[in-house]
Design a protein around this ligand. Structure first.
Ligand SMILES: Nc1ncnc2c1ncn2[C@@H]1O[C@H](COP(=O)(O)OP(=O)(O)O)[C@@H](O)[C@H]1O
Ligand SMILES: [Mg+2]
Length: 195
């Protein structure tokens, strides 16, 4: 009896919502002094990404990759279309705690050390000091940034690749379920890219 039941139970098990599900997403920017020029980098874009999946967006400069990520994150409002992120409608704030984001051109507070910056980023997520004391060195090791440098040197003295590594650590500070990395390889040396 149990043998015949098992497969049917499996078949009816509730599937978790996809990490990303969007349909018909479009974005039109109005530019120019009179806002009379129109750019439409995103037209009727649909995508489903399952949880646990790694998905890459490839395309030339200006193709609309960053715009797509910003629409998914609720930073830019799509002109039309709808979708969900971790089962919640686009723009829903309740899932921000579970999402990490490395922007294409992150701005770093030059006079902070990487450690101070990561601590600040952790505090934005309301993580405790004791948790951050454990997590920051783990992340620094993961992204290949020396703990000594991260503790002592301000970020204005970092190379592009070191800043990119700091940005990657920042995107993971909240141990997110879903991570968006915009041009993650930018500035990294071949070894860094491989890692
Ligand atoms: N805030 C904005 N206002 C007007 N046009 C924009 C804006 N952001 C992006 N664009 C335009 O949208 C197009 C797509 O840009 P983007 O999404 O940054 O492309 P990608 O990341 O693939 O290089 C480009 O033509 C860009 O100039
Ligand atoms: Mg881009």
């Amino acid at each position: 009896m149990s043998e015949t039941l098992a497969p049917s139970l499996e078949a009816t098990a509730v599937q978790p919502e996809p990490a990303i599900a969007v349909t018909g997403l479009s974005k039109t920017y109005r530019t120019g002094f009179w806002l009379n020029k129109v750019v439409s980098p995103l037209k009727d874009f649909s995508l489903t990404v399952a949880r646990g999946e790694t998905f890459g967006l490839l395309g030339p400069n200006g193709a609309g990759k960053t715009t797509t990520i910003k629409c998914l994150l609720g930073i830019v409002e799509p002109t039309s279309g709808r979708g969900t992120l971790l089962g919640k409608p686009l723009g829903d704030r309740s899932i921000k705690q579970q999402v990490g984001y490395l922007p294409e051109n992150p701005y770093f507070y030059d006079y902070l050390t990487a450690w101070e910056f990561l601590h600040f980023a952790g505090k934005v997520f309301r993580l405790s000091d004791s948790l951050l004391k454990e997590r920051i060195p783990q992340l620094l090791e993961l992204v290949g940034l020396s703990i000594d440098t991260a503790r002592k040197k301000p970020m204005r003295t970092y190379s592009k690749g070191m800043l990119q590594r700091t940005g990657l650590a920042q995107a993971l500070i909240n141990d997110p379920e879903l991570v968006f990395l915009d041009e993650p390889m930018s500035g990294l040396d071949p070894m860094g890219r491989y890692q």
